[in-house]
Each structure stands twice: as C-alpha cells, then as structure tokens.
Write a protein that binds this ligand. Structure first.
Ligand code: PRX
Length: 656
C-alpha cells in the first residue's frame, strides 16, 4: 500500500483536528482566554468589535436593553459605513486592490481603494440627482457585477438603506419586495453571462416593474451589444454616473442604530420577512467576525464564493472584508464554467488566502474529483470556511485535505440572515475542529440546545437551538412589523415576566460534552436547497395559483449534493388531467413566483393529502415518504390509506 491511501484512510477516520501550527503562528486570535474575557466583561467586551471601526462620535452605552427584545447597540455612536469600508483606507492603501472581479467569460476588473472611492462617490452623486434621500430604500436587482457592491456602498454613503434582491428571484418576487419596502428606485442591469451565454435580466426586471407603482429605474450595461433586450425608457447607469466622476459626496453621519439595509428572507408564512440591519452593530459585528473567524488582514486576498444577493455576500464579500481594508474577490459565474477547475484557477491566479463557500459546492467539487484542484497551485490558501447548511464529515475532510492541503483550518460557521454574522464556529487559531460540528458559540455569544419547554437538554440529545443573549449583529426588527418580529423569533422560549428573552433561530441541534454544537437543520417549514432558504408556504402558494390545482403541500427531501430538494404534492381539481404538461405548468408557476432556484425536483399528483383528524396536513409524513424513511405512527391520520398510495406515486415519479 502506498503512503497516500493510508493517509486517506487515517483522515477518513479522524474525528478531531488541531489548528495547524503554521496557521496559529500568524493568526489574529490565538489566546483561548478570549472566551473568558468576553464572559467577564460582557457586554462591554463587544467594544473590541466596535473599535475595529472609525466612529465620528463615540457611543455612550454599549448595550441598551431597556426595551427587550428591541436591543440597541453602541447607543449614541455615529459613523458612516461607506466611509469605514472605503475612505478610511485611502491614506494607507489607496492603491491596493479593494475588489478583484472576475467575469464569467474571462475578463477581469480591479478596483483599488482609490478607484472604488471614485466609483462610489459618482454613484452616490447619481442617486442624489435621482432624488434619493436619507432613509429612502433603494432596491438593487443585480447579479455578481462590481456595480452591485459599488451601489450598495453609495447607498450607505448617503444614508439610504439598500434592499438587494437576489438576481435569481422572479419578476413577481422582485415586485413583492419593492412594494413591501416602499421602494421606488431600482438599480438593475441588462443581463449577465451564464455558461458562456448572455442572459437577459432586464426583461425580468421590467416585468417586475409592471407590477409596482411608478419607479425610477437605472440599468447597468453589463452586456452592452450582447444584451438580449436593449435599454429603453430607463436611465443608463453609465450615462448618469460618468459626469460625476471626480466629484465627492460627503458621507452622511448615521446613528449607530440607523438602518444600513433590509434583506428579505423566507419564513413560515408565504410572505417574505424584511430583516432590518443597522449601521453600528452590524458593521462592527461583520468586521469582528471577519477578523476573528476568517482571520482577515489588510494584506490578504480573500474570497467568499457566495452571491451578494444573499446575506453571506453582504456580510462577507462586502461589509466585513472591506471594513478591514482587505482585497475581496468577486466571481460572476458558475464553478464549472468553462471547466470544473474554475475556482481553483482563480485561487491560483489571485493567490487567494482564505476561501469561504457552501457545503453544496464542496459536495459538487468532491463529485467532480481531485484532478481539478490538483492541477493548480493552492498553496496560497491559509484558511477555509463553510456556511449555509450542515456539512457532512466526509465533505469536510475532503475540503481540508484536497483544497487545504491538510494545513488550513476549516471553520464551519453557523449563522443566519437575521444574525447578521457568524455565531457558532471554532476560532481557527484556538479551537480543535470536529468535522460535521460547527463548534462552540463564538466568544460573547450565548447559545444552548433546549427541549420544547425551553429546558436545556443533555449532551448528545437533539433539541432546539436557542440564543439567549443579544449580540451587536442581530436584526433589530422586521421592517414595519414589530409584531411579526416578536412572534417569529421571541415567542417560543422567552419568559418576559422574568425578563428572560430567548431568540429562536428555528434550527434543530445537539451539543456534545465539550459544548460543541452540531446543527441538524431547520425545524420550521423552510427548505434549504443548495444553501438557498426557501419557505415551503411560498412554493405552495405559487402552486395553488395554477388553475386546476386544488391543494398543495411542499416538503424537503435529502439530496446528496444540494442538501435538500423540493418535493411538491398536488391535488388536482375534478376534470383536470394529470399530464406531463400540467406538471410542467406547476413547475413554471414556481419559477415565475419565486425563481428557478426554487424549482420542485418532483411534482407528485395525489388524490388526497395525509391529514390529522383536525385537518392539518402531515408534512412530516410527506417528508418521510420523500426521503423513503420508515414512517412513524399513521394511526392518527384521518385517511391512513392515502400513505401507501402516495408512496406508490412517489416511486413512480422518481422512476420516470
Ligand atoms: O438552518 C441553518 C442553515 O441556514 C439557515 C440560515 O439561512 P440563511 O438565513 O439563508 O443564511 C445562510 C447563510 C448564513 C440556518 O438557520 N445554516 C447556516 N449555516 C449553517 C447552517 N446549518 C448548519 N451548519 C451551518 N454552518
């Protein structure tokens, strides 16, 4: 046996890994006492996060908890997020790349901090010209092109919160988010490249705009002559911005608690939730976690291969890394175009130091084989990270060995749109890593696993993850909906009479004897497809909107690469033929209502749905059927016979 397979076998079996000495030597945080320090000095300990920023006015109070759970952080402090991410780096590193952008067809753009400053100022002046005022919400509907972070920062500069809608969302999803945010300014683009072909984006944006009241629209010309739809009555971004090059817009002083942005995310009802993040707390928190967990330093070239349209990109492509003055890489395309080594080519070309991606991507890389990373020099890498869903130990070890060359720590970071930044992870220069287990709560974070009564469960037992202390990056409320904020996040385990406020992330989890937390997945009606959070109610409402569908139920089914995929069960109306084209109509309706990333993998027609005697659909049972798991007790069903019928339908559907 050669040495290689032996090493593989040893790695496969290994359950714990120590941070590599070469990493620890240079790490930003290496002293275990940081956990204790945070406990002893809490909440003042959080000032070390705020100290990573430049403040125009120092805060008077670290935490105001007088109106729980409406917490306020760094109260009285004043700052501007754009000035922190751009202006303050100009003196020391104006010529250093701030953004390295790689377009899918192969062209690249580099923006030094000085160039980024110029672009952002011109964009800010443009927004002002268009009448955007402080506190107006600007909607951005763009793929991974440099103008997206540029306009985000321009919004931050003039104190106008942005609401970025992921480019994969459909026209009606865009319209719904614009209406919900009372936003009447849209910045979008003509299109972008996917697998070598120009993709029309403008038609989709226009279709969305048709469904909202008047809106001012600005179109970035990403494709130019290649664009399938030409810009018409809309403003052309370049035409507006060019005359402003060289002009400066004074960053607007913002209160720490002023809204920096809104981000819509899925919940248990059909209506997306507008998560509100603030200027001081959010920016401090993303800067701190970028420093402590991603180990970012200004000299680094750091790459988070997520999309800025989701929270991961907001926090860890834009705000965190730029606040620290590092070089952040952005890639427009897919990881397998033109070849399956695209990511490794970029790591090699740019000497990337940290790579942060999702387990679904790692599982794809694993499937594609080691020959793709092996043909590139990945020795610049110092740290690897994962986010978005649980990572299975095999994928973790593959990532560690084949991408990190067994010399980079892997941080498995648990967090959510609502938490603003990472909450549970090992500190890479301190903690032992256990593949498959995110790690302990970060210093200063209070997390526990409880039963349905809110009582801590014993190590090894599954329960509900809770966060029992506020943190600076937390959402402050749901946009214009304090009531839903309380109901969705604080009602399950809090005891207001005793002054106990407990945040409920709606994830299942278990703790081990060392206090490490393994996150098991969502416990609400949310499915996680390739790291995209999709509310099953949203999919159901798109399906029942199809004429001929009487009722629908949507569940997640495990998938080896995507984590989960969507199974849709539909009851048709009397006389509606259950044809292939009708199935396609249902799928299209989901694509139109939400986006193609929410496309059901299977649509199963059924004469009935399993229901309890009180008429509640047994989604758990439907998920078990989709997963081909042993079914629990079905005797409480009003219609137990339906279960065998559905099982049969699912098998037939999967065999098709
Ligand atoms: O279920 C958890 C899962 O992703 C959910 C949050 O989704 P979203 O708000 O879209 O944010 C994703 C990026 C931060 C969580 O409730 N999740 C996220 N990270 C992990 C995870 N599950 C397990 N392990 C993780 N590291």
């Amino acid at each position: 046996m050669s040495e290689e397979p032996q090493l593989e076998a040893r790695l496969e079996a290994q359950e714990a890994f120590e941070p590599p000495a070469s990493f620890v030597e240079q790490a930003n945080v290496t002293d275990e006492s940081i956990y204790e320090a945070f406990e002893e000095e809490w909440p003042a300990a959080w000032e070390r996060a705020a100290d990573l920023l430049d403040w125009e006015r120092e805060w008077d109070q670290t935490l105001d908890d007088s109106e729980e759970p409406f917490y306020e952080w760094f109260v009285g402090g004043e700052l501007n997020a754009c000035a922190n991410c751009v202006d303050r780096h100009l003196d020391e590193r104006g010529d250093q790349p701030a953004i390295e952008w790689v377009g899918e067809p192969g062209e690249t753009r580099t923006y030094s901090y000085s160039e980024l400053h110029e672009e952002v100022n011109a964009a800010a002046a443009t927004l002002r010209d268009l009448g955007v005022e402080t506190d107006d919400v600007v909607t951005l509907y763009m793929p991974m092109i440099p103008e997206l972070p540029i306009v985000m920062l321009a919004c931050a500069r003039i104190g106008a919160p942005h609401s970025v809608v992921f480019a994969g969302f459909s026209a009606s999803a865009l319209a719904e988010r614009m209406e919900a945010a009372d936003s009447d300014v849209l910045v979008t683009c003509d299109g972008y490249y996917r697998r070598g072909s120009p993709l029309d984006h403008l038609s989709k944006a226009r279709e969305g705009l048709d469904q909202v009241d008047e809106a001012t629209t600005v179109v970035v010309e990403r494709l130019g002559e290649d664009a399938p739809s030409t810009v018409g009555s809309e403003h052309v971004y370049g035409d507006l911005v060019d005359p402003h090059r060289g002009s400066e817009v004074e960053p607007v002083t913002r209160d720490a608690e002023d809204m920096l942005f809104l981000m819509y995310t899925s919940g248990t009802t059909g209506k997306p939730k507008g998560v509100k993040h603030t200027t001081g707390g959010y920016l401090s928190y993303t800067a701190w976690t970028s420093h402590a967990v991603l180990d970012i330093e200004p000299a680094d070239t750091y790459w988070c291969a997520a999309d800025i349209g989701w929270i991961t990109g907001h926090s860890y492509i834009v705000y965190g890394p730029l606040a620290l003055g590092t070089t952040t890489v952005m890639y427009e395309g897919t990881p397998d175009y033109p070849e399956k080594d695209r990511l490794w080519e970029i790591v090699d070309d740019y000497d990337v130091n940290q790579l942060y991606t999702a387990p679904t991507a790692i599982r794809s890389f694993m499937k594609w084989g080691t020959e793709h990373p092996d043909t590139h020099d990945l020795s610049s890498l110092r740290l690897l990270g994962t986010v978005g869903e649980p990572i299975n130990p095999r994928a973790w070890k593959w990532y560690y060995r084949h991408i990190g060359g067994s010399s980079c720590p892997v941080v498995d970071t648990w967090w959510q749109t609502e938490t603003g930044g990472m909450m549970i992870s090992t500190l890479p220069g301190v903690g032992t890593m256990k593949p498959g287990t995110a790690g302990p709560p970060l210093p200063g974070i209070g997390a526990d696993v409880v039963d349905s009564e809110g009582v801590s469960v014993a190590p090894g037992e599954a329960g509900y993850l809770v966060v029992d202390r506020p943190w600076p990056g937390m959402l402050r409320t749901l946009y214009q909906n304090d009531e839903r904020f309380l109901e969705e996040y604080w009602n399950s385990y809090s005891d207001p009479e005793d002054g106990e406020w407990v945040y409920s992330p709606e994830d299942g989890a278990k703790l081990d004897d060392d206090g490490y937390i393994t996150v098991l997945g969502r416990v609400d009606d949310v499915v996680n497809v390739s790291g995209h959070r999709i509310g099953t109610m949203e999919v159901e409402s798109a399906i029942v909107g199809v004429e001929g569908v009487a009722e629908a139920a949507v569940v997640g089914s495990d998938h080896p690469v995507k984590g989960e995929v969507i199974y849709a069960y539909a009851i048709t109306e009397e006389g509606q033929p259950e044809t292939e084209s009708f199935r396609e109509e249902i799928v299209e309706s989901v694509e139109d209502g939400i986006g193609s990333f929410a496309r059901p993998a299977e649509v199963v027609f059924t004469p009935e749905l399993p229901k309890t005697r009180s008429g509640k659909i047994m989604r758990r049972l439907l998920a078990d059927i989709a997963n081909d798991d042993t079914l629990g007790n079905t005797s409480t069903l009003r219609n137990p016979d339906i279960v065998t019928d559905i099982q049969q339908e699912v098998r037939e559907e999967e065999d098709r």
